[in-house]
Design a protein around this ligand. Structure first.
Ligand code: HEM
Length: 388
């Protein structure tokens, strides 16, 4: 069994290990760590963040971190140092978590979600024409949608904006305590909660949270957690659609969001603490170490990408006429799966196109009518271009 201190790590700086790079440019830092881990033939690397930390690169590590709740504990993890968060309101290992969920669940039934959906849609401002700043637009749009979903639009809009403003700045700005601002937000939450507890006629999220012990803190924490994640996902989705207008159709938007969350995940890193020593593929990871998983790294993991390209492009490459089929798949992706445009782009008859599509489906075992197959094809071809 090897000691974890022998694990690969990105270059350190004298005196502060990886802390400075972690604060100022974390993505290149973890990208370098992942590259070193892969070339050393392991799927974890080490970081020096004031306490021992280990970051996993692939799906197996993520699965372990997110499912082995006894070993990987939320308590004491990184979000604890950001006052906006609470080390996991969604702490699955917190005492009474199960009971609490069942207390809240009746409030989150389908009908409730549909009502919220209608309300958030109505709050969404129109997308401007021409050139505009996607991040600024998304920021304003998400503030309005959150206000609608949580408070029926009754939260003081200026205060909500000021409360969430530090989350738009780079680390360590979000970690600085702001007791006065938080006190004003708590007072506004109490005012709105009183109305919901004493009267009737509110069916927003605050009406569900207000009667629960600690419910107002949960409203505050989840507002913060919801705000910059959703804002960034929306801004990147707009930017992505501006680059690839052929995907701008309601039936493709689900796939676009998935691709955006893969490439630019707003929750780029999650953390846990090890509750015991753990043997991971021949390496002893010490109890108390930070265990980090990264959707950013796994979304860009070459091993997982090779799996996908093999699954879709492999069977085509193995048959006669495979190159033609592959060009057909490419043209379908480039036209947002418009059969008319694809046929004209390739200069073939509609029946020939249908025949080729059936062959692609038979070879890969995936129906091209399904949005998820279409997004997988898009992804596989993009990845192949990048690799090539
Ligand atoms: C694109 C949208 C979003 C993404 C990508 C995202 C991603 C994440 C990730 C990766 C975590 C850490 C999970 C863990 O390691 O256990 C997290 C935590 C959390 N998320 Fe989200 N999230 C999104 C939207 C939202 C929304 C809309 C809400 C609430 C309405 C929300 C509420 C929370 C809360 C309360 C936490 C726990 C925060 C804490 O540590 O105290 N998230 N999210």
């Amino acid at each position: 069994m090897r000691d974890f201190r022998f694990l690969p790590e990105p270059p350190t700086r004298p005196g502060n290990g990886h802390l400075q790079d972690w604060a100022l440019s974390p993505l290149p830092l973890i990208g370098e760590g992942a590259a070193r881990a892969r070339s050393a033939g392991v799927d974890v690397f080490r970081l020096r963040l004031g306490l021992p930390a280990v970051v996993g690169v692939g799906a197996a590590w993520n699965r372990a971190v997110l499912t082995d709740l006894g070993t990987f504990r939320s308590a004491g993890s990184l979000s604890r140092i950001v006052p906006y968060l609470s080390g996991g309101v969604i702490l699955s290992d917190a005492p009474g978590h199960g009971g609490r969920r069942s207390l809240m669940n009746p409030g989150f039934g389908r009908a409730h979600l549909l009502a919220l959906q209608a309300r958030t849609r109505a709050a969404l401002p129109g997308v401007p024409d021409g050139e505009f700043d996607a991040l600024a637009w998304a920021d304003g749009a998400v503030l309005r949608m959150l206000n609608a979903a949580y408070f029926s639009g009754e939260f003081d809009a200026g205060l909500l904006h000021a409360f969430l403003a530090p989350l738009r700045r780079p680390f360590p700005v979000p970690a600085i305590p702001r007791p006065l601002l938080f006190a004003r937000v708590d007072a506004e939450l109490r005012r709105l909660a009183r109305v919901r507890l004493t009267g009737r006629g509110h069916d927003d999220l605050l009406a569900v949270l207000a009667p629960l012990p600690g419910g107002l803190e949960e409203a505050r924490v989840s507002l913060a957690a919801a705000h910059d994640t959703t804002t960034h996902a929306l801004a990147y989705a707009i930017w992505f659609l501006a680059q690839h207008p052929q995907w701008h159709a309601p039936e493709h938007h689900g796939a676009v969001l998935k691709e955006v969350l893969r490439l630019f995940p707003p929750g780029w890193m999650g953390s846990r603490r090890l509750s015991r020593d753990l043997d991971w593929n021949g390496v002893r990871l010490p109890r108390g170490a930070l265990a980090l998983y990264s959707p950013y790294l796994s979304g860009r993991d070459r091993a997982a990408q090779a799996d996908l390209t093999d699954q879709l492009l492999g069977p085509l490459a193995a048959v006669r006429g495979g190159e033609e089929l592959r060009r057909t798949a490419e043209a379908l992706c480039d036209t947002g799966f418009s059969q008319v445009e694809t046929a004209s782009r390739l200069g073939i008859h509609a029946n020939t196109l249908r025949y080729r599509m059936e062959r692609i489906e038979a070879l890969t075992g995936r129906s091209l009518a399904l949005p998820e197959t279409r997004s997988l094809w898009w992804l596989a071809l993009q990845l192949e271009r990048l690799q090539g």
